[in-house]
Structures are given as structure tokens and as C-alpha cells.
Design a binder for this molecule. Structure first.
Ligand SMILES: [Fe+2]
Ligand SMILES: [Fe+2]
Length: 301
């Protein structure tokens, strides 16, 4: 009798475990879907960038985190925080979004510095976001306390925020553009990657000098060194590849998109710099079949 009870208990426990697991999977799927929706909304604040600022910050921050030996859950948090770090800018006017922080007047700058606080507020409704929220809240803090909003120093700053802060500065320096018109009417005419690299070369050199000079003062030294290593290597490899205009059904994983592509509503559907995967290729083929994307697109092969 006791044995049968035990078996019943075991079955019940197994059922419970699998129910909990199903529920957990459902919840994490829903969580990730929510992130996707938020990330798409944030792209509305990225009209003045080449490519997607938040996707770049997320991907590059993960690469740095992995090289620094950060693992698993923390990597996922850094990826999501990278995607959502500027969520607090939703609702900012175009007049504010297109300026760099140096170009803003005192009033505009004050509004701008509220975006980590606004993000903290938006994300506070969901417990899942606790660690992610901390990273986002701190992404403008600097080692010497000159950042905002809390003027945190050194070890008080979350390591994820230190990484995102550096990649954020790097991307702003190189990929922020003055107007949406120049972005939409200025496709790459290049037939080789050297001309693409040439156009960003002086910006690349000056941001690298700036980050190097400020390492240990504003920015974490190891993070800066790792970013410099990764970017220098990527640019070198890119210089050895060529730009091709290929039909979407001939794309292969590993190729890199060489221009920004928008759908009829002006929403970015493929961003310059994105590396293709099997999933993204499938999505691009669907977009092309629905006339949302040209049948041939520019890629670095
Ligand atoms: Fe920011
Ligand atoms: Fe940013």
C-alpha cells in the first residue's frame, strides 16, 4: 500500500514538475515576445542612426561580456538591457532625438538625462526586469562619478552597465546621423567594402582615441580594451570581403547586410551590419515576397 502511495506521489510530482516547466516555458516565451515588441517600439527613436542603435549595442555588449568571461543568465540580461537601454527616449521629440548631447541646450539636456529614470519607471511593472532595469538605469554612469542619474562611481556601477555604456558611446560616435532624409536617400553605391570602411575611418580613429584616453577615468579599462580588440579585428576582416547585390534566396548565413532596408511604413526591417542567420534569411525572403523588400539586396559576402 505504501509503495502504491509512493508511486501516486511520484506521478503527481512528475505531473506537477512538467506543468511547472510548461508554464515556465510559456512565460519565458511571452517574456521574449514582449521584449521583441518593446525593441520594435524603440526603433522609432532610432531614425537618426545608421542601422539599429539598440541592436548594435545589444550584440556588441554580449560579445564583450562573453570575452570577459561573463556567462549564461547574466549574458541574457545584458542582451535584453542592450536592446531596451534607450526605452526611456520613446516620446522624445525629433528635435531632441537628432541632437548629440553636446548640441543640446540646457533645457533639452535636462530632459535627455531623464531617460534612464523614465526607463526604470516603465520597466518597474514586471519583476522579471529587476536586474535588467538596474543595468539600464546605470548605463550613463561613469567611473569618476561624472555620469547620471545617480553619479555612481567605480564598483558601485553594474558591470553590465559599464559594458553597455562603452558600446553606446562608440555607436553614437560612428553611426549617429543628422537627418532621416540623408539616411533614407543615401544608399551605399560601393562595390567594395573599402569605401564603406573609408567613410567611417576618421570617426573610428577618433572614437578609439577618445575611449582609450578615458579608460580608467570614465570607462572600464577591460571593457574598452575588449571593444577595441573586437572592432579592430572586425574591420580588418571586413576589409577583405566584398559587397554584392544578391537575390534574397541566394543569401547564406554569415553574410552581413550592407545597407538599411525599410518597409512601406518606414520601419527598419534589415539593418546595415546585421549578420544573417537561417531565421533572418527566411524572414527576408518573406518580406521580399510581400513586396516589403527588394528581391535583391546589398550584402557583404
Ligand atoms: Fe542612453
Ligand atoms: Fe543609447
Amino acid at each position: 500500500m505504501e509503495n502504491i502511495d509512493n508511486i501516486d506521489d511520484k506521478i503527481n510530482q512528475d505531473d506537477k514538475d512538467s506543468l511547472i516547466e510548461d508554464l515556465y516555458n510559456e512565460l519565458s516565451q511571452e517574456f521574449l515576445t514582449n521584449i521583441e515588441i518593446l525593441a520594435k517600439l524603440i526603433q522609432l527613436t532610432e531614425k537618426y542612426y545608421d542601422g539599429s542603435h539598440s541592436r548594435f549595442v545589444a550584440e556588441k555588449s554580449v560579445m564583450i561580456a562573453e570575452q570577459l568571461g561573463i556567462r549564461d543568465e547574466s549574458i541574457t540580461e545584458i542582451r535584453i538591457a542592450g536592446l531596451l537601454h534607450d526605452i526611456g527616449k520613446i516620446g522624445f521629440s525629433d528635435a531632441l532625438l537628432f541632437k548629440t548631447s553636446q548640441e543640446m541646450n540646457p533645457n533639452e539636456y535636462q530632459i535627455y538625462t531623464m531617460h534612464p529614470e523614465i526607463a526604470n519607471n516603465i520597466l518597474s511593472a514586471n519583476q522579471h526586469y529587476r536586474e535588467i532595469r538596474r543595468i539600464i538605469y546605470q548605463h550613463h554612469e561613469r567611473l569618476d562619478g561624472s555620469g547620471f542619474p545617480q553619479h555612481l562611481t567605480e564598483e558601485k556601477i553594474h558591470r553590465g552597465a559599464k559594458i553597455i555604456g562603452v558600446v553606446d558611446v562608440y555607436n553614437n560616435f560612428i553611426y549617429k546621423r543628422k537627418s532621416i532624409a540623408s539616411r533614407m536617400n543615401n544608399p551605399i553605391q560601393a562595390t567594395s567594402t573599402s569605401s564603406i570602411l573609408e567613410t567611417t575611418k576618421s570617426k573610428f580613429n577618433s572614437v578609439m582615441n577618445y575611449l582609450y584616453k578615458k579608460r580608467g577615468i570614465l570607462f572600464d579599462t577591460k571593457v574598452v580594451d575588449t571593444l577595441i580588440e573586437i572592432e579592430t579585428m572586425e574591420r580588418k576582416q571586413l576589409g577583405e570581403r566584398t559587397v554584392l547585390r544578391l537575390p534574397v534566396n541566394r543569401l547564406t548565413p554569415g553574410m552581413v547586410i550592407a545597407d538599411d532596408y525599410f518597409n512601406s511604413l518606414g520601419i527598419l526591417i534589415a539593418a546595415r551590419g546585421d549578420t544573417l542567420t537561417e531565421d533572418t534569411i527566411r524572414a527576408l525572403i518573406r518580406f521580399a515576397e510581400n513586396d516589403e523588400l527588394p528581391m535583391k539586396i546589398l550584402v557583404i559576402a
